[in-house]
Every structure is written in C-alpha cells, then in structure tokens.
Design a protein around this ligand. Structure first.
Ligand code: NAP
Ligand code: COA
Length: 258
C-alpha cells in the first residue's frame, strides 16, 4: 500500500482469514501494525496461516470454527476479543463455491453455499457487533460480482452474495448511529486463488476470463488488501453502505457463463 496507513494498536478479526484473498487482507493489516485474529474450519490451515503471519511480527491469533455454527463463531469472537482487544476492523470473508447448473445441485448443495456465505456473514456480524470498538469500528464484507451479475451455474453464489450486499446496506443504516461503518468489497477475478481455480479450471477458461476484464488482466490479492486498508482508514471515514468493485472494470461487462 502506498498510502502511509498505520494500524498500530488496532485489532482486526478476519473470518475465513486462513487462505487466499482473506489471508492477504489479514497480512496487510498485520504489516500495517495491527493485532490480527483469523478463524476458519481447518485447524491445519489456520495453523499454517498463523505461522506465515507471525513472520511479519506483531500479535497473531488463530481459531478453528465454522461460520455456519453461530455458537462456535460467537465463542471464537469472544476469545479473540479477549486476546487482541475490541475489534477496530471485522472482516467477513468465508465462502464456498462450486460450478453447477441449478438443476444439478441438490437442496443441500444450494443451502450449503447460502449457509456459508450469507448466513455465515450474519452470524459473524451479529455476534461480532458487541466486540466492536465503538464508535469508529469498520465492518468489511467480502462480496463477489455474482451479487449483481446474474451468472449461469452460480445460482447459489448469486443469491447468497446478493444477500450479503443487502446486509451491508441494512446494517450500515442500523449501525451508523453507533459509529460503525459497514461496506462490501467486490473482488473481480483474482489470480492464484481458490475461487479462480474453481471458476476457471483450464488455461482457456483463464484466458476467456482475462479477456472479459476491461483492464485485460486478473487482479492481485494485494489490490483487494489495499482497498480493505483504505476502507478501514480515516481516508474513508464518511464511506458506509457502499458496495465497491475492485475488479478492473469486469462488472461493467454484466453476467457471464462459467
Ligand atoms: P479461499 O482461499 O477458498 O478462501 C475461503 C476461506 O474461507 C478459507 O480460508 C476457508 O478456510 C474459509 N471457509 C470456507 N468455508 C468456511 C466455513 N464454513 N467457516 C469458516 N471458514 C470457512 O477463497 P478465495 O478465492 O480467496 O475467496 C475469498 C473471498 O473472496 C470469498 O468471500 C470469495 O467469495 C471472494 N471472492 C473471490 C474471488 C476470486 O477471484 N478468488 C472473486 C470474487 C470474490 P477453511 O477451509 O479452513 O474453512
Ligand atoms: N456440484 C453439485 N453439487 C455439489 C458440488 C458440485 N460441484 N460440490 C458440492 N456439492 C454439493 C454436495 O453434493 C452436497 O450435497 P448432497 O449431500 O445433497 O449431495 C452439498 O454440496 C454439500 O457438500 P459437502 O462437500 O458436504 O459440503 P462441505 O460443507 O464439506 O463443503 C463446499 C462446502 C462444497 C462449498 C466446499 O467446496 C468448500 O468447503 N469450499 C470452501 C472453499 C471454496 O469454495 N473457495 C472458493 C471461495 S469463492
């Protein structure tokens, strides 16, 4: 990040922070001086991420929990708050995806993704609110272009992420008077991530996806992390309820097939 942003003495909790974009966001906050905590299902993945984050110094805590389980996520939010203090930044980024036509997914398949992405975000934010450092705290939901681009074979993700963005708007209204800002970051296709491995599993698919981006390239994890730092900083102190694409213009192209 080129802006001189410091998060020294700040606390950041990232749900789903053990890999990919969310780990990149966590790393950026750690490098900017924050105490950070992450949670995801796999204890092994959490341990690996904590080790990587600790290379950069500062306090790092990791917890194993499934965002679909409200009691489990409430318990780790409580533990994290005791370890790193009330959160200045709360990120909800846990998500699941697979490519399938609506008629090719069972009720459980559809529900699984809605439970992780949408209900999971509600659980993280609902239980996280009492641990926010108010006034002044910032909530970041990690959305996706499927929230507003109807996308074939992504009925579950489209429905879930549209819900996430609506939660962003509603909670920005409910929590604004408490001094809490709530925004969504909408990454475009980000190279080297699990999301892209699933959506564009062949070199041809990667090329098609890249060609569809007006800037003619995939994004970088760091570019999403930069937006997270900006939104959490005083530079964005009057920004709330915003759905912000960081996507090289790809959302301008509308819906697409995978
Ligand atoms: P990723 O590496 O698979 O990250 C997903 C993270 O969520 C993992 O750390 C995973 O860890 C955790 N997770 C999954 N299910 C969970 C659950 N039920 N409870 C708790 N944690 C859970 O994927 P990514 O591609 O970086 O995507 C990260 C975010 O960016 C997602 O919100 C995604 O929708 C969004 N996004 C990505 C792209 C892209 O190009 N990659 C584009 C647009 C939006 P465990 O397996 O340990 O649980
Ligand atoms: N096509 C159709 N249905 C599928 C599917 C596919 N490719 N992949 C999974 N499902 C269905 C399963 O069949 C199951 O339904 P069923 O029991 O009726 O058959 C349902 O989804 C749940 O699958 P399960 O593997 O039990 O779920 P899980 O909770 O262990 O894992 C996923 C959740 C499926 C989303 C898994 O891919 C995951 O953990 N993803 C996290 C990482 C990720 O997706 N990263 C990218 C983020 S953008």
């Amino acid at each position: 990040m080129n802006l001189p942003l410091s998060f020294k003495d700040k606390s950041v909790f990232v749900a789903g922070g053990s890999s990919g974009i969310n780990l990149g966001i966590t790393l950026a906050f750690a490098q900017a001086g924050a105490r950070v905590a992450i949670a995801s299902r796999s204890a092994e993945r959490v341990a690996g991420a904590v080790e990587a984050l600790r290379q950069h110094g500062g306090q790092v805590e990791g917890y194993s929990a499934d965002v679909r389980d409200p009691d489990a996520i409430a318990a780790v939010l409580q533990q994290a708050r005791e370890a790193i203090g009330p959160f200045d930044v709360l990120v909800s980024g846990a998500a699941g995806n697979f490519v399938a036509p609506a008629l090719g997914m069972s009720a459980k398949g559809f529900k699984t993704v809605v439970d992780i992405d949408l209900n999971g975000t509600f659980h993280v934010l609902r239980a996280g609110f009492e641990h926010l450092n108010r006034p002044g705290a910032c909530v970041l939901n990690i959305s996706a272009p499927q929230a507003f681009n109807p996308t074939k074979f992504q009925a579950h993700v489209c429905a879930a992420k549209a819900g996430v963005d609506m939660l962003t708007r509603v909670l920005a209204m409910e929590w604004g008077p408490e001094g809490v800002r709530v925004n969504s970051i909408v990454p475009g296709p980000i190279g080297g991530t699990e999301g892209i491995r699933r959506l564009a599993p062949t070199p041809e698919a990667v090329q098609r996806m890249t060609d569809s981006v007006p800037l003619q390239r995939m994004g970088r994890v760091q570019e999403i992390a930069d937006m997270a730092l900006f939104l959490a900083s005083s530079y964005a102190s009057f920004v709330t309820g915003a759905i912000i694409p960081v996507d090289g213009g790809s959302s301008l192209a509308g819906g697409r097939d995978y």
